[in-house]
Design a protein around this ligand. Structure first.
Ligand code: S3P
Length: 445
């Protein structure tokens, strides 16, 4: 229910009543879906994709590659996913788009696109919505400039940015200042067409979907825990990709089961990539009754089930900085779980949260304060002092700031609790999990 009398429209989330029980599948993994669409567009020939997430972010990638000349024929399936074909531009390269490419809210589309257009003789202006236009882009511009790419303006910090491609890119050995899969991927994708071996070294491991998927498109990669290489120039050839469920979406269902007494839920067909299920490890350390079970691979990506049972007593824990990349998108919902735990939970070195789809660090602290939970930052560390007796007051209005992961986090307060809450701009969940509330409702027994 929305109310337009207020400056920001909001949605009232009523308590869902009974416990959450049974099996659920979550939509396709967002990171893998972006890569499947983008890599297929770069490749020679026709790729077959299935299980692709149908969300606003992935649609931004689809629109982007269409504007660059790929042919996309992905159709909505009865289960809500997209499947079909993408015919890439291959050796011919992308065509000069007629207009700037609007990536909407999608940081992954914008940042990966910079690396994709870099090795070609075109000038592409990349822009996005108000949130994306505030996010830092220098991290991508800096290594690509070392490879020989020019930009307009010359040293841009934020979108809109025009990438002036260069067919004679230099391979680089790049010591990345941060653990970022978007940065790593942009450099590796440019490196596919550079002459020689491009290497990205990271201070901590970031998600490795690019290294796992590029060989499926005929581009060999080597990958250690913190180092990835690609040797160019390589020929990208079409492939088939089956996208497993998104662990970042599964984390919200898992948290719902942990917070609602009597719940027991199994999430089917979800990616179990170790770089993505840090939230399972974290919840285990909090004493949660949660476990994953391996069920095979899609390409090189492991998948399986995650089973979660309501756990009455949770305890705070510390998440060290080298594990933060493996939980980066789950910190809002983990902070909500931590708010119900006994003791203090510390997320170390999470300054990056300030430049996600919103300033998540501030939003988490403010949202938990509404619940009467003490949360604070010290330097770049986030502290949450849990309260197992937490009582949610009537009439709370949580700000989502148009950030999908915040909207879903605060919706859980209403859905799993005893009093309704309001969440502003809740429709932003369409960025990653359009059917979030419907899937949760389907589990109410
Ligand atoms: C992503 C990488 C992460 C993550 C984002 C998706 C990706 O960002 O937060 O939601 O698909 O590569 P960073 O690379 O900026 O850490």
């Amino acid at each position: 229910m929305s109310n337009s009398e207020f400056a920001e429209p909001y949605t009232i989330i009523e308590p869902f009543g009974g416990p959450f029980k049974g099996d659920v599948t979550v939509p396709g993994d967002k990171s893998i879906s972006h890569r499947a669409v983008l890599f297929a567009a770069m490749a020679e020939g026709t790729s077959h994709l299935s299980g692709v997430l149908d969300s606003e972010d992935v649609r931004a990638s689809i629109r982007a590659v269409e504007a660059l000349g790929a042919e996309v024929d992905l159709k909505a399936q009865p289960d809500g996913s997209l499947s079909g074909t993408v015919t890439g531009w291959g050796a011919e390269g992308p065509s000069q788009p007629a207009a700037p490419i609007d990536c909407g809210n999608s940081g992954t589309t914008a940042r990966l696109l910079m690396g994709i257009v870099a090795p070609w003789d075109i000038e592409v202006t990349i822009t996005g919505d108000e949130s994306l236009k505030k996010r830092p882009m220098r991290r991508i511009v800096a290594p690509l400039a070392k490879m020989g790419v020019d930009f307009k303006p010359e040293t841009p910090e934020t979108l809109p940015i025009t990438v002036c491609g260069n067919r004679a890119l230099r391979a680089i050995d790049y010591a990345s200042p941060m653990a970022s899969a978007q940065l790593k991927t942009a450099v590796l994708l440019a490196g596919v067409f550079a002459d020689g071996t491009t290497t990205v070294n990271e201070p901590a491991p970031s998600r490795n979907h690019t290294e796992l998927m590029l060989p499926e498109f005929n581009v060999p990669t080597t990958a250690g825990t913190r180092v990835a290489t690609v040797t160019g120039p390589a020929e990208m050839l079409a492939s088939d990709v089956v996208v497993p469920g998104d662990p970042s979406s599964a984390a919200f269902v898992a948290a719902a089961a942990l917070l609602k007494p009597g719940s027991s839920v199994t999430i089917q067909n979800v990616s179990l990539n170790p770089a993505r299920i840090g939230f399972v490890r974290t919840l285990e350390r909090m004493g949660a009754d949660i476990r994953e079970s391996y069920g095979g691979h899609e390409g090189k990506e492991p998948r399986g089930t995650i089973t979660v049972n309501y756990t009455p007593v949770l305890r705070g824990c510390e998440i060290p900085s080298q594990h933060i990349a493996s939980v980066i998108d789950e910190i809002p919902v983990l902070a909500l779980v931590a708010a119900h735990a006994r003791g203090i939970t510390v997320f170390h070195e999470v300054g990056e949260l300030r430049v996600k789809e919103s300033d998540r660090l501030k939003a988490i602290i403010d949202g938990l304060a509404l619940l009467g939970v003490d949360a604070w930052e010290e330097g770049d560390d986030l502290f949450v002092e849990g309260n197992p007796q937490l009582q949610v007051p009537q009439g709370l209005v949580f700000e989502s700031y148009g950030d999908h992961r915040l909207a879903m986090t605060w919706a859980l307060v209403g859905a799993c609790g005893r009093v309704p809450v309001s969440v502003t701009r809740f429709t932003c969940v369409a960025v990653s999990y359009p059917d979030f509330l419907a899937d949760l409702k389907g589990l109410v027994k």
